[in-house]
Design a protein around this ligand. Structure first.
Ligand SMILES: Nc1nc2c(ncn2[C@@H]2O[C@H](COP(=O)(O)OP(=O)(O)O)[C@@H](O)[C@H]2O)c(=O)[nH]1
Ligand SMILES: [Mg+2]
Length: 378
């Protein structure tokens, strides 16, 4: 035959236009013909018949080839296959489609879970950001949580962030060993002079032992500034000295070797002031090898825009500690907290009001966090 092979070998199916050739085998040509009639009724045409000898068994078989309409052939073929061969295949198909459904469900589940986690993280991030915490810090802390169990629960997420804040914040123990020299820097009006007065009273009269306290005023610019600190010194009967230049500072500092604590008041943020501060710090650490603790005062009320300027002006002094002032004036500590998270310098004291000497507390993370949580709750 010259037609191309189309079907399985056993059936030797050939297609001619709309007809298909089917070969059937039986012991005799007659039985083969009966077989064809059984299968296709009258709907076929006999094409050829031949006898086949089976070598091994020495038997003879008759083969007939008939031509059946494609339609009829397919009908029969399908029903036959349905009964026998296709069963396992169909089972497989069913299993496959079931599996596919399951995978689709799992995928959907996973996607919706990821999506809900993302929205949960976004929600908590927005909450903290609205309270002043920088996105930069929030992203760095929250990113590793994506896909973790913490990210599936809002309360856990909030608790995790508070824990991270707690861990990042640093506080400095109040320690007085040897001579302690402290310089207070920060923008005008932040509360430097008031805080120095509070600390002077604390060290001189309110600790378990009285310390000898001296005050130096480097704040030669502000009108009335000399009088303010001098007034406190007078009331508390403490040594008080002024120095308008680094040269003068050198002279007055030399007089103070007997004092346990020297507190240095400074002026604001002009380049002239900061240059004087740098020179003073340099002088103290190089010429007298005296360790000097530089404390930056930041008001809890500080605005986000201002805190950058403050950082740029004072951070190159190598800050040893930060004092937060005006705690009593705001409930919103996010901005200052955010600064502390991005620039972790230990906190030393909190100024919580105008009263000298009472409105001062040693820095305490709990105190700060409780207030921040109160603000979050609101
Ligand atoms: N409400 C409040 N006012 C404060 C606090 N600390 C200082 N002040 C007030 O802020 C103003 C400026 O304080 P001052 O010590 O002169 O700031 P300085 O310019 O940094 O020396 C004064 O009226 C202080 O009484 C504080 O913790 N809370
Ligand atoms: Mg002052």
């Amino acid at each position: 035959m010259d037609a191309p092979k189309l079907g399985p070998d056993t059936a030797e199916v050939y297609e001619r236009q709309k007809m298909i050739n089917v070969t059937l085998a039986a012991p005799t040509p007659r039985e083969a013909y009966e077989l064809a009639r059984e299968k296709y009724g009258e709907d076929f045409v006999l094409v050829s018949a031949k006898q086949i000898r089976y070598e091994e068994e020495g038997g003879v078989f008759s083969e007939i080839t008939i031509s059946v309409s494609k339609e009829r052939f397919l009908q029969l073929d399908m029903t036959e296959e349905d009964e026998s061969d296709t069963e396992p295949e169909e089972g497989l198909m069913e299993e496959l489609s079931l599996l596919r459904e399951q995978i689709a469900m799992m995928k959907g589940d996973l996607l919706s879970r990821e999506a809900s986690e993302e929205t949960l993280i976004e929600r908590v991030k927005t909450l903290f950001n609205e309270k002043g915490i920088a996105l930069e810090w929030l992203d760095s802390v929250l990113e590793p949580l994506i896909g973790s169990t913490v990210a599936e629960d809002e309360k856990l997420l909030v608790a995790y962030l508070l824990e991270e804040i707690d861990e990042t914040l640093q506080v400095r123990k109040e320690e007085i060993v040897g001579q302690k020299v402290m310089m207070f820097v920060g923008p005008t009006g932040v509360g430097k002079t008031t805080t120095i007065a509070k600390l002077a009273a604390r060290y001189a009269y309110m600790m378990e032992k009285p310390y000898r306290v001296a005050l130096i005023n480097l704040d030669s610019y502000k009108v009335g500034a000399f009088e303010q600190l001098a007034h406190f010194a007078d009331i508390m009967q403490l040594k008080y000295l002024t120095a308008a230049s680094v040269g003068e500072f050198r002279e007055v500092f030399a007089e103070l070797s007997d004092y346990d604590i020297v507190l240095i008041d400074t002026a604001g943020m002009s380049p002239y002031d900061t240059e004087k501060l740098v020179k003073t710090v340099e002088y103290l650490s190089s010429d007298t090898s005296q360790t000097i603790e530089v404390s930056l005062l930041i008001a809890a009320t500080v605005k986000y825009e201002d805190i950058k300027d403050i950082h740029e002006t004072f951070s190159f002094l190598n800050l040893d500690s930060i004092i937060l002032s005006k705690f009593d004036e705001t409930k919103h500590l996010g901005t200052v907290l955010s600064y502390l998270l991005l620039h972790p310098v230990p906190l030393s004291y909190f100024s919580i009001g105008q009263e000298v000497p009472d409105d001062l507390v040693v820095a305490d993370k709990e105190y700060l966090l409780q207030r921040f949580i109160g603000d979050l709750d609101a």
